[in-house]
Design a protein around this ligand. Structure first.
Ligand code: FAD
Length: 481
């Protein structure tokens, strides 16, 4: 904290690879930095740490990702950045950031620059039975094994798409989980796809090798990997008992007569991620729509500045692109912040940024090649039936959303009619599904349906944390009616 002004130079939101890299780089450049994360430990999604009570005696035994994460975490802790854990950012405006640390009242912190690095979250896919106990996202299953060493179930089916749909089942299998099969909605890589990926291999060798390693692990573990198949239904009473899956065409539309049923107690879903853009939206940052990057993504300039003065963004929250991209973007944003604050002259900033930009360009080429291979098909929005619950927080069915969409193409109005998106998750799970139903009803492309009006706080907060203790009426709760 700057003693003269009582504020930080840079406040970083998110302790994942992007936020940690930004905080350490900004400290190297002499900025006063605070790093905020709602989790109990640094690391973000990929580098989730074992939970409280676990003692790690041999970090190497936990694998390459774990070691890479430790290097970033240790550097952040040594950097002199002020790390605030179990602290959620609720909203921000004009350099004021509103924070809530567990068990404390809400407070406001000022910063010269704010860097948003909130990462991404699992893309929910809605089909009959998706809300049964035993159906969980890949990220949820990964959190169980990585932080608690708990297997999500006895017989696990994995269904998803994209590079992580190869990595996740291989990782789960590596942790000793009984993965009975993995379903990929996309096609098997054709020779021309392999050539395209090889063409983009410069600077991305490790990513290619990782892909081969995960495939080999599934083959060794005799985990069948079946392409062009999608989950159509989860069955069970109190909890999951079986999953029905079917073949799909290139748009992920189910091909009639291809259904198969498999008895499992756990279904992990990994159909990709959505960038967490809630804070960018409440801040008023300009967004654009890019399905390959996960949907609405924030507009950035060459120094990772958003359209809102003083607010920068980096990492998966600006478009899902992986941990290595997140690290370089975080560093670039820190350089951008130092430049803006007059702590680094432009030529020096350009010099420092040059190798980062070169690496980011190479990663972009690779990501685009992968994006072509694993593009999400529109059929993913056609799996639900009328009585499928689309908004779990408020228990709103697809039929209710469709009825509301008869009269309006405005998702805010649909929200007002049905309460879909008004619950604890504030629409993180259902908003895109609702938008897809509105788009279909009105013959629009998904990208043409404006997202609902953002609301603060972006995270649930106890009323006691925002209550003004000065305003007390001792008789209010005791007075007889
Ligand atoms: C569920 C999931 C699992 C993944 N697993 C893998 C994997 O196994 N292997 C792999 O290669 N890649 C994985 N990825 C992708 C990879 O993790 C990301 O590319 C990388 O972590 C992005 O880094 P980041 O810093 O942008 O975001 P993240 O790592 O997501 O970090 C963002 C951080 O911001 C915090 N945050 C968000 N909003 C707030 C708020 N309002 N207030 C306070 N804190 C906030 C979050 O708690 C989080 O710690 C996964 C992604 C997800 C979403």
């Amino acid at each position: 904290m700057d003693g003269a002004t009582g504020r930080y130079d840079l406040l970083v939101v998110g302790g994942g690879p992007a936020g940690m890299a930004a905080a350490t780089t900004a400290r190297e450049l002499g900025l006063h930095v605070a790093l905020v994360d709602e989790r109990p430990s640094l690391g973000g999604q990929i580098y989730k740490q074992p939970g409280e009570g676990f003692v790690v005696r041999d970090h190497a035994a936990l694998g390459r990702d774990h070691v890479a994460g430790r290097v970033l975490i240790d550097a952040t802790q040594r950097s002199g950045a002020h790390v605030l854990l179990r602290t959620s950012v609720l909203t921000l405006r004009d350099g004021d950031v509103v924070l809530h640390t567990e068990g404390e009242p809400v407070r406001t912190v000022r910063a010269g620059r704010v860097l948003l690095a909130p990462g991404a979250h699992d893309r929910p896919v809605v089909f009959p039975g998706w809300d049964l106990p035993g159906v969980l996202t890949a990220g949820g299953a990964q959190t169980l094994v990585k932080t608690q060493r708990v297997a999500p179930g006895e017989r696990v089916l994995f269904a998803g798409s994209g590079p992580l749909a190869l990595a996740f089942p291989a990782q789960l299998h590596g942790y000793g989980v009984n993965v009975v099969a993995a379903l990929e909605a996309g096609p098997p890589p054709a020779p021309r796809d392999a050539l395209r990926l090889l063409g983009a291999a410069r600077g991305n060798r490790q990513l290619l090798l990782d892909g081969l390693r995960y495939r080999a692990a599934l083959l060794r573990g005799r985990v069948p990997l079946r392409y062009r198949r999608i989950v159509v239904r989860a069955e069970g009473g109190d909890r999951l008992a079986a999953v029905v899956h079917a073949a799909v065409d290139s748009g992920w539309r189910v091909l009639p007569g291809t259904e198969e049923r498999i008895e499992v107690d756990t279904l992990c879903l990994g159909y990709g991620f959505f960038p967490s853009v809630e804070l960018m939206r409440v801040a008023g940052c300009a967004l654009r729509y890019d399905e390959d990057l996960g949907g609405p993504v924030v507009e950035l300039d060459e120094w990772m500045r958003t359209s809102v003065p003083g607010v920068l963004a980096a990492g998966d929250g600006t478009g899902v692109a992986g941990a290595l991209v997140a690290v370089d973007e975080g560093r670039l944003a820190a350089i951008g912040a130092a430049l803006d604050l007059g702590r680094l002259p432009l030529p020096a900033a350009r010099e420092r940024a040059r190798p980062l930009r070169a690496r980011l360009d190479r990663k972009r080429v690779f990501r685009e090649a992968l994006g072509r291979l694993y593009r999400v098909g529109p059929g993913v929005y056609d799996l639900a039936t009328a009585d499928t619950v689309v908004c779990r927080c408020e228990e709103v069915t697809c039929a209710a959303v469709d009825r509301a969409a008869e009269t309006t193409a405005d998702v805010n109005v649909v929200k007002g009619y049905t309460r879909a998106g008004m619950g604890l998750c504030q629409g993180r799970s259902c908003q895109r599904q609702v938008a897809a139903r509105v788009a279909r009803r009105h013959g629009l492309r998904l990208a043409e349906v404006p997202t609902g009006t953002p609301r603060s706080p972006v995270r649930p907060v106890p009323a006691s944390a925002v209550a003004d203790e000065q305003l007390q009426d001792g008789g209010f709760f005791t007075r007889d009616a």
